[in-house]
Design a protein around this ligand. Structure first.
Ligand code: AHG
Ligand code: MN
Ligand code: MN
Length: 336
């Protein structure tokens, strides 16, 4: 039972039995994430006051310019997750390879792996627009007691045991699922406590918002172009409203509350799209489905894709179920 205004700590204890594994493990996992998120929130809020905006002068594994806050958020999440005895490995957007965590007893005895985008929407930091963090949690498939392997991370999204995001917006929220619906907690910054503000979040079945970087229109597949034209047609509840922040977390968060579709299709410039399967699409897909929405690559369910590399990209269509169904209908008229 989700009771509004309950603190996240109370909520975790009351809902421990929802988690199919040991209750203590779930608490330690979520606790480490909420703690790291508080530290990142504190830093994000100071952007403009301290020397935290702008480029760190490095290029990350995606060939993208790393922002100072990308580096800060990455270090903070890695440090916090490593300190709790729960995670045997971490894959991050900001690291070429996964990180092996041997644990305090140096026995590789921890059971979980985390894939994360420590700072999503980082081009928005310098202009005071919402950014986020995305995380995805799996149980390892290789034996406990041995070093974590690549295959522990390359599990399909349908094997996730928990996933969520933090949005550093007008307020800071932690939204997560362990496979029993989606709940959103808002941080009270003066107390440092998260309270359940959005119990049982659900994607409206229909929506009137479409979110896509329309500047890439000429490069989109014909099915996407046709769907965008459909969104713009004059008809009962159409034309839809166009909203695009350029930060996946913020765009999906808004669409989950209001009803809408988010699209990052492939294009003639980016043949697999831009977003990363492991730490952007799968966790958002898990949240979307748990909230009654849908996530697809345009043709099939995101969470059924078998990843073959850590930083794999995939086209992404996510949001209100009927809207994603409609987009797929347009896509299906053309060969892949
Ligand atoms: P990140 O900041 O982690 O690299 O992610 C940015 C992603 C995503 O958040 C956003 O929806 C998308 O890139 C925006 O891309 P475009 O600028 O190409 O629209
Ligand atoms: Mn991102
Ligand atoms: Mn990022």
């Amino acid at each position: 039972m989700a009771t509004k205004n309950q603190s996240l700590g109370e909520f975790i204890i009351e809902n421990q039995s929802d988690f199919q594994y040991s209750s203590g493990e779930l608490s330690r996992l979520i606790n480490s994430i909420r703690l790291a998120a508080k530290m990142v929130n504190h830093e994000v809020n100071k952007a403009g006051l301290v020397d935290i905006t702008g480029s760190a002068g490095e290029i990350n594994t995606q060939g993208e310019d790393q922002q100072k806050l990308d580096v800060f958020a990455n270090d903070t999440f890695i440090r916090t997750l490593t300190n709790r005895q729960i995670v045997c490995g971490i894959a991050s957007e900001e690291n070429d390879d996964f990180i092996t965590i041997e644990g305090e007893r140096k026995d590789h005895g921890n059971k979980y792996v985390v894939a994360m985008d420590p700072l999503d929407g980082s081009s928005n930091i310098d202009v005071n627009v919402s950014v986020g963090t995305i995380f995805s949690i799996y149980r390892r498939v290789t034996p406990v007691g041995t070093p974590v392997q690549l295959e522990d991370f390359l599990q399909p999204g349908n094997m996730q045991v928990a996933a969520g995001y933090i949005i550093y917006g007008t307020s800071t929220m932690l939204v997560y699922t362990t496979g029993n619906g989606v709940n959103g907690f808002t941080l009270n910054p003066s107390l440092g406590t998260y309270y359940l503000s959005h119990p049982n979040m659900t994607f409206p079945e229909n929506g009137t918002i479409y979110s896509v970087n329309e500047g890439n229109y000429v490069h989109f597949p014909q099915g996407v172009k046709d769907y965008i034209k459909y969104c713009q047609q004059e008809e009962s509840d159409r034309p839809y409203t166009s909203r695009y922040i350029g930060s996946l977390v913020s765009d999906i968060h808004r669409n989950m509350i209001k009803g809408g579709i988010y699209m990052y299709p492939k294009s003639s410039k980016a043949v697999d799209g831009k977003l990363r399967l492991l730490y952007e699409c799968n966790p958002m897909a898990f949240i979307a489905e748990q909230a009654g929405g849908k996530a697809s690559d345009g043709y099939q369910r995101i969470m059924d894709l078998k990843p073959n590399e850590l930083h794999q990209r995939v086209p992404f269509f996510c949001g209100s179920k009927n809207m994603v169904d409609k987009a797929e209908e347009f896509m299906s008229k053309y060969p892949r």
